[in-house]
Design a protein around this ligand. Structure first.
Ligand code: TNX
Length: 518
């Protein structure tokens, strides 16, 4: 009770909302237009879906999702109900893909929707309205008369999860996907490998799951931190990955796997030392995170065999068209003391670490193309001559200007800036605040205010969307995960969906309190 009272005291708008205000619907991300002429005085107990099989199927999915996220409120949609319940009907129309319109009139609700996920998104909006009105009826209410018209701003509304630095059990990953769907997010970037641990079963290299998944500096320091993280060991079998893909697919989410190459491979070379140039001194270079000799060497045939075999299995497993191969944070002097790399540079005209790296990545791009896939990678994929711009998607993690530069070179880009969308950044400069600091302190309001676009016309053309990244080095307990990720992830979901003119931080702060946590 106190909690609700506090919430209302700090957010005058919804509480004072007049009948014609759009603030009582409680839909997050905020729909593009809400015109409501009146609300129900009492929240209807259910919405009835009858007859239309497609509608029934989608509504059942949304009811099941709502039950998983809000087990204490009644499901929003039922297939049979007592008289007097509000009936929902749906028809497809020529609205753009993924968009929808909901008309509330005369005790009925009519949805019209475009192709793709239009109907699903309409039902998510209705499910949120009903759920929020039940959880907090003083603030939220179901419209009785009016129209909501809605369409996504960006086609890529991503959320990333680093399961290497911390292993998240399958149930948590599935819940993360559920929470994404509740926010109408549609791309799950699954960061499956990194120096600290390998998290996906690969049949051709069994030691990755047996050995490379059981490593990690986190494991050594966790007890001192008092961490109750789910454990630093573990991996997902290919069957488990299929379960994630299937559940995500049901909820309109594509899963993009990331296998981080050629850098961030400390645990890989730990399990398969033959992937190191044996003539190269140990610790001859260090990554920013302090790992010695952690990048697969482009001068060794085995690096290509390894990458192709691993990516081949990944292509077979993940239906999504983009496979992310990392490409980030290779030490800028990597391989410079490797005799094999030296010989290769003499033979080819390639010079230095970045050109060698680009050579390796272009090879992977070709390999993926032969399997019908595009290559995804971090912005360093453009270094040293870079990969080709066709069939490529880059993830820009620094500034808007840098993102625009990539677009001007012709790359499609996703904006995921460290200073706003890296959810491991501390949120206050208090000494005890957990989190990374290299991109500065990131308040929720800063995440919310960030705009991925500047004046660049190339950026307008090539910006495909936005993404939040959950790096896990500092997330040693689930409590910390929740503290860091929410509500900043909700802010990114809104940036992906809602046009800039619809943004309102006060309204966002009020609504975001009700969004589910991991
Ligand atoms: C940078 S940006 C990384 C990750 C770290 C993260 C911590 C990028 C592609 N890599 O390896 O986890 O910073 O904030």
């Amino acid at each position: 009770k106190t909690f609700v009272a506090d919430l209302q005291a700090s957010s005058p708008k919804p509480n004072e909302a007049s009948e014609d205000s759009d603030l009582r619907c409680g839909v997050l991300p905020q729909p593009q237009t809400i015109l409501v002429d009146g609300y129900h005085a009492h929240t209807p107990s259910h919405l009835l879906v009858q007859g239309d099989l497609n509608l029934q199927r989608e509504a059942s999915k949304v009811s099941a999702l709502t039950r998983r996220l809000h087990p204490l409120v009644p499901v929003p949609f039922v297939l049979a109900a007592p008289l007097g319940t509000i009936e929902v009907s749906a028809k497809s129309s020529d609205l753009p893909r993924d968009s929808y319109e909901i008309r509330f009139a005369k005790g009925e609700i009519e949805i019209s929707h475009g192709a793709g996920q239009g109907l699903f998104y309409a039902l998510i909006s209705l499910a949120q309205m009903l759920t929020h009105a039940r959880l907090d009826p003083k603030t939220y209410a179901m419209p009785r008369e009016g129209v909501i018209s809605d369409a996504p701003r960006h086609s890529w509304r991503g959320a990333h999860l680093d399961v290497s630095r911390q292993f998240y059990k399958l149930g948590k990953v599935l819940r993360y996907v559920d929470i994404m769907a509740w926010h109408k997010m549609n791309r799950f970037h699954w960061h499956l490998t990194d120096d600290e641990g390998w998290r996906l079963e690969i049949k051709a290299y069994p030691k990755l799951a047996e050995q490379a998944s059981a490593t990690g500096m986190m494991e050594a320091i966790l007890p001192q931190l008092g961490g109750d993280a789910e454990g630093q060991r573990g991996f997902y079998t290919q069957d488990e990955a299929r379960r994630v893909i299937e559940q995500a697919g049901e909820l309109g989410i594509e899963v993009m796997p990331e296998i981080d190459l050629p850098g961030h491979c400390a645990c890989v070379v730990g399990a398969y030392p033959e992937l190191l140039d044996q003539e190269e001194e140990l610790e001859s270079y260090h990554s920013v995170q302090g790992f010695g000799n952690n990048a697969l060497n482009p001068a060794m045939d085995l690096s290509y065999t390894f990458a192709e075999q691993v990516l081949g299995e990944v292509c077979d497993l993940f239906p999504f068209e983009v496979v992310h191969v990392g490409g980030d944070e290779v030490a800028d002097d990597a391989w410079m003391k490797s005799p094999k790399a030296e010989a290769m540079m003499k033979e080819t005209k390639l010079k230095g670490t970045f050109e060698l790296q680009a050579h390796f990545l272009r090879h992977l791009q070709q390999f993926l193309a032969s399997r019908g896939k595009s290559i995804g990678g971090w912005e360093e994929m453009a270094h040293g001559g870079g990969v080709k711009t066709e069939n490529c998607l880059l993830f820009a993690w620094t500034t808007v200007e840098k993102t625009a530069e990539l677009a001007e070179k012709g790359y499609d880009v996703i904006s995921t800036p460290g200073q706003a969308y890296y959810l491991d950044m501390a949120q206050s400069s208090d000494w005890c605040e957990p989190g990374a600091s290299w991109a500065g302190v990131t308040l929720v309001s800063q995440t919310y205010a960030f705009e991925a676009q500047n004046e660049s016309p190339a950026l307008a053309k090539h910006l495909k969307g936005v993404q939040g990244c959950v790096w896990s080095e500092h997330l040693t307990t689930m409590e910390r995960v929740n503290y860091m990720v929410f509500p900043r992830l909700s802010a990114i979901a809104e940036a992906g969906w809602t046009e800039a003119k619809g943004k309102d931080f006060g309204r966002f702060e009020t609504f975001s309190v009700l969004m589910p946590r991991l």
